[in-house]
Design a protein around this ligand. Sequence first.
Ligand code: HEC
Ligand code: HEC
Length: 308
Amino acid sequence: MSRIHMVSIAGLLCFLLSSAASAADNKVDYQAELQPAPAGKAEFQPPREETIPNNEFGKMVKYGEKLFTDTQTLRGKYVGNNLNCVNCHLDRGRLADAAPMWAAYVYYPAYRKKNDMVNTLGERIQGCFRYSMNGKPPAVNSDIIKAMETYFFWLAKGAPVGENMKGRGYPKLEKPAASPDIARGKQVFKNNCAVCHGANGQGQMAEGKVVFPPLWGKDSYNWGAGMHRVSTAAAFIKANMPLSKPNSLSLQEAWDVAAFINSRERPQDPRYNGNFKETKAKYHKSDYYGEKVDGRILGEHAYPNPLK
Ligand code: HEC
Ligand code: HEC
């Protein structure tokens, strides 16, 4: 599909009409669910690590890669939790079906219905800083975002521009036979996940480094992040978890455990405006935010963003 195609004429018109208003609103939802990628096996292979050139460009590529894999170097300034980009975009952002960065690079800028505007790649990266990293996004023209874009540019070498490529995003997962169940999910978690992610989903540290990332709690992704959607988490988990045993869970187990981890408390949705009911109605119609689970209304006393 060509880029022109995606930015439909109607969408473009809406964009032109609303761009003035949207530009003023930096709280737009960049985390809207992605358009599904075309089905099938990804054919694209990003270049090998050793082929990063030994020049100024190569330095920027390596800096971007370093930020992507060790995002904790930005902790306290732009990152507010224990995660690194690579925890969800696996294999340094190379792995097909784990939202690889080569597929993202050629997809943006893209018109997104949800916020009714064209999102640049830089803005999309900012979205993951704001929600997945529970942080405060660096400016689009900062060295940090530029270095990450340079790394993704290099990963996408030879990929067709403006395509919605096979392998992009997390593959959509069919619905389970029974609706996702928190109690069953808790058992799946105990049996398959707690050994690495900790009994309370808090993850594990070794020598001051996060070795297993947290799944909920104050140091995990916040209530606005894409991963907080049960469908997105189920898709990620089925294809990638337990680590080194992909696709070992049944379809039902993947949905159940996704429901379990996403019905635990986590950092507040940054779009929360002080009015809990309004935030629930506007952004959380079909998730556990605002639901009573284990005697507690989720989201009402969510963890604060430490960088605010
Ligand atoms: C907690 C998991 C998580 C972390 C950590 C995370 N992301 Fe994401 N990211 C996602 C999810 C989930 C999506 C897809 C959202 C969807 O399906 O709606 C996404 C989408 C993206 C996209 C768009 C992909 C596409 O094909 O459209 C980019 C670019 C991106 N992330 C960059 C980053 C960067 C850079 C970081 C680190 C600063 C980061 N992400 C950290 C979960 C994460
Ligand atoms: C053998 C250890 C191990 C097991 C078992 C395991 N994981 Fe993970 N998990 C990891 C590691 C390591 C990462 C980060 C991957 C990376 O950075 O390459 C991760 C990442 C994740 C993420 C994205 C990052 C985050 O913190 O939100 C989710 C969600 C997740 N795992 C869920 C699960 C679930 C659910 C299970 C059980 C079905 C599970 N994992 C089992 C090691 C494990």
